[in-house]
Design a protein around this ligand. Structure first.
Ligand code: SF4
Ligand code: SF4
Length: 117
């Protein structure tokens, strides 16, 4: 396991979870992730990724929501847990993310090469 893998796992554990509106995936769209996170996701063809992008969607969004939920990137986990990325439907954890952890996630994103999921 690489240092980046360890950091991803440490950051994931510190992002509060919360219940989304049933069946909602309004915040899914084109997102970026580090290559280490990408390596944990199933590979998609360029055509599939282009088709999703053309619809401003994510290639891992299926009919019943995220198909890679357990390995979804940090940015997907961060959404809704900070006032800077609020859920448009008002869903949120009881306690929002610690701003220090949020900062660490942004530092991690800046330090790693981000690619379109
Ligand atoms: S965070 Fe909000 S917009 Fe995103 S899936 Fe959950 S309920 Fe929907
Ligand atoms: S990886 Fe999953 S949670 Fe993230 S944008 Fe794509 S479908 Fe949504």
């Amino acid at each position: 396991m690489s240092d980046d893998d360890r950091e991803i796992d440490t950051l994931r554990k510190q992002i509060p979870s919360f219940a989304c509106r049933s069946g909602c995936h309004d915040c899914c769209g084109p997102v970026t992730a580090s290559s280490t996170e990408m390596a944990r996701l199933p590979r998609k063809s360029s055509a599939a990724r282009d088709a999703a992008l053309a619809e401003l969607s994510c290639t891992h969004l299926g009919e019943n929501g995220c198909t890679v939920y357990d390995e979804r990137p940090l940015i997907c986990r961060l959404f809704g847990t900070t006032p800077r990325l609020p859920c448009p439907n008002g869903a949120r954890p009881e306690v929002m993310i610690d701003p220090k952890v949020e900062q660490q996630i942004h530092w991690f994103a800046r330090r790693t090469r981000q690619v379109l999921v």
